[in-house]
Design a binder for this molecule. Sequence first.
Ligand code: 5GP
Ligand code: ZN
Length: 112
Amino acid sequence: MTDCLFCRMVGGAIKPDIVFENDHILAFNDISPQAPVHVLVIPKIHIATLNDLNDTRLGGEMLEVTASLATQLGIATDGYRTVFNCNTHGGQTVQHLHLHLLGGRQMSWPPG
Ligand code: 5GP
Ligand code: ZN
């Protein structure tokens, strides 16, 4: 059994609140939402960080799925934020690549 939290979700040992799934990608609601919409979009294969992503097709599919979810969740027109946190300075806490989709409120800039 893997000790990667998100791999365990992909494998079904832990059941997140899934909003989208296909053969390559899983998307689910964040357990600690930082906005009215806060979804995590992950590849089903284990990729630790954005530094380790070398599959442009998979990366592109993650972006397409995320934009499509923004439309489905009703935040596309008002706008939203997408974030890949990477390693320590990026504030990454789960070492399995994930794209945050945040929306439903005004975001500020610069990020903390
Ligand atoms: P990071 O800080 O690595 O960019 O983001 C990790 C995200 O995973 C955080 O927003 C955190 O709330 C979320 N998270 C951590 N544990 C769980 C969990 O067990 N279930 C869900 N749905 N999200 C989680
Ligand atoms: Zn993993």
